[in-house]
Design a protein around this ligand. Structure first.
Ligand code: C2O
Ligand code: CU
Length: 524
């Protein structure tokens, strides 16, 4: 149809529609441009400026939070918005730096360990070489063993790791200054420098340590090790135990204690052995046992109450989680503790153990073991928080992507959970993001109350690492009994670096350390 036949009214409308389209596109583009610009984080910033304070219905106010910011200003930092007018009350609020939250400096160490971090080419036993990281020339680093009540001192020296290193004591509720989070509780230890960690072992169980500077590449590359805290003498029968640290090195090399294939642990026929499984990977794994029934003695360093015998079922380990299994060596042959791609054979030298495929069913800890007093009554909660994980397109520090969200916001528009010492806290963690997230809170243990509204009916189930599947929700509770600034993040470490992290902050605690691209600190 010839265009000249269009009548003048129609072409005016067409002209107008085109103009409108251009204007709308320009506005949209300006909106996107603004969102991009607004997402760019300052070169350095304080953890206390990340997130929107969430008081969970408990005491607290903007003025209180401005009081916390006062500490930041006193540290001489100018970046970020100036705190709003500080009220007299807030000025009077005692603030304390995270660096002062330490173990008794006058107390001598009972256990002292020196660890030297190095960039090195590593070849796992039976595996392929890769460029990774060692502690004292090995990966995993040396296992640290102490007894409950002892003061543990670990001197970390960085020989030549260019990005700097730290050590975080995963699951050990250390004083805040010792938590090892670069940019929050300390500066990354640069090559040639050292840092001394000191804490009293107030728990007993299976834990682990790992770098919390550039943690994704450094942990995958080997900067981790086991921490075994034994119960104080005489409290339980001494049982033979063996660590089984599960790790996948670069190139997809699945290992137990740094070796591919079958590992061996010598044990007498008829003896029982506590196998301390540690999942140091970023994804969940299952473990199962052939040749013996077993009991799950502990999860995340917390003994289960009345754990029953299990047969034909697997145990699921969240990323970062531990499970202590008690296995009995048969009179003939050996027990095999298996994870996909690697096994530990427990028995006399040379004894054989069958392999088996992974059982379809797993132990559901929500209903495993016997109930017992938890010492925590969620009805007394002082604060109730929501940690709702989703995913949205947007910008993270200027980078376009499909980013994780917490309560609908992309970092830094995430909640900062504010508590006072002594609070009982209930948190509802929900996940509608399409993927599983192993949620990890530093410095505290969480009591699982319910999953998808179904209450926990077995042993009290305390965790520091909890898998929340897509579509699931958990209700957990804890007592705020360890003042500090504590990361609360996904332990799928790439996810954390994609913004799935926030923190729990005690009112009045400040940090002099800085995050951001110019700070030299990059905890994930
Ligand atoms: Cu095991 Cu924040 O880490
Ligand atoms: Cu995740």
């Amino acid at each position: 149809m010839p265009p000249s036949r269009t009548d003048p009214a129609t072409s005016r409308w067409a002209w107008f529609a085109r103009r409108l389209a251009v204007v709308v596109a320009a506005i949209a583009l300006a909106g996107v441009g603004w969102a991009w610009w607004a997402s760019i984080l300052p070169g350095t910033y304080s953890a206390m400026d990340v997130g929107v304070p969430d008081y969970g219905g408990g005491p607290g106010s903007a003025a209180l939070h401005a009081g916390a910011h006062g500490g930041r200003t006193a540290d001489g930092a100018a970046a970020g918005a100036a705190p709003a007018a500080v009220t007299g009350t807030a000025n009077d609020l005692a603030t304390m730096s995270v660096i002062d939250l330490v173990a008794d400096p006058g107390r001598p160490a009972d256990v002292r360990v020196e660890l030297v971090a190095r960039s090195e080419r590593i070849t796992p036993d039976g595996g392929e070489p890769f460029d990774g990281f060692t502690l004292n020339g090995e990966s995993p680093g040396p296992a640290i063993r102490a007894t409950e009540g002892q003061l543990v001192e670990v001197v970390l020296r960085n020989d030549d790791v260019p990005d700097g290193v730290t050590l975080h004591w995963h699951g050990v509720d250390v004083p805040a200054a010792m938590d090892g989070v670069a940019g929050v509780t300390q500066d990354a230890v640069r090559a040639g420098d050292s840092f001394t960690y000191r804490f009293v072992a107030e728990q007993s169980g299976t834990f682990w340590y790992h770098s919390h500077q550039a943690s994704h590449p450094q942990v995958v590359g080997g900067l981790f090790g086991a921490v075994i805290l034994e119960p104080a003498a005489g409290t339980t029968d001494a049982v033979a135990d063996v660590v089984a640290a599960i790790h996948t090195y670069p190139g997809g090399q699945r290992t137990l204690n740094g070796a591919t294939g079958d590992g061996h642990h010598r044990a007498e026929p008829g003896g029982t052995v506590r196998v301390r499984l540690i999942n140091t990977d970023s994804t969940p794994t299952s473990a199962w046992v052939t040749g013996s029934a077993f009991r799950v003695l502990a999860i995340d360093g917390q003994d289960l109450h009345g754990p029953g015998e299990v047969e034909g079922r697997a145990v699921e380990l969240t990323a970062g989680a531990r499970a202590d299994l008690e296995v009995r060596v048969p009179v003939e042959g050996a027990v095999r503790v298996q994870v996909p791609g690697a096994s530990l054979i427990v028995g006399p030298d040379g004894a054989q153990a069958d392999t088996s495929s992974a059982p379809r069913e797993s132990v559901d800890v929500l209903a495993y073991g016997e109930p017992a007093d938890t010492g925590i009554d969620p009805a007394d909660a002082d604060r109730t928080f929501t940690y709702d994980i989703g995913r949205l397109p947007g910008f993270l520090d200027g980078l376009p992507g499909y980013w994780w969200t917490i309560n609908g916001g992309i970092l830094p528009a995430v909640p900062m959970y504010m508590v006072d010492e002594g609070d009982i806290v209930v948190m509802r963690i929900a996940n509608n993001s399409g993927e599983v997230h192993p949620m990890h809170l530093h410095g505290h243990h969480l009591l699982v109350l319910s999953r998808d509204g179904q209450p926990s009916t077995g042993s009290p189930w305390w965790v520091d690492s909890l898998d929340v599947e897509h579509g699931e929700s958990y209700e957990v509770a804890f007592t705020a009994d360890n003042p500090g600034i504590w990361m609360d993040h996904c332990h799928n470490l790439p996810h954390a670096s994609e913004g799935l992290m926030t923190h729990l902050a005690y009112t009045g605690i400040t940090t002099p350390f800085r995050l951001g691209r110019d700070s030299g600190n990059d905890p994930e």
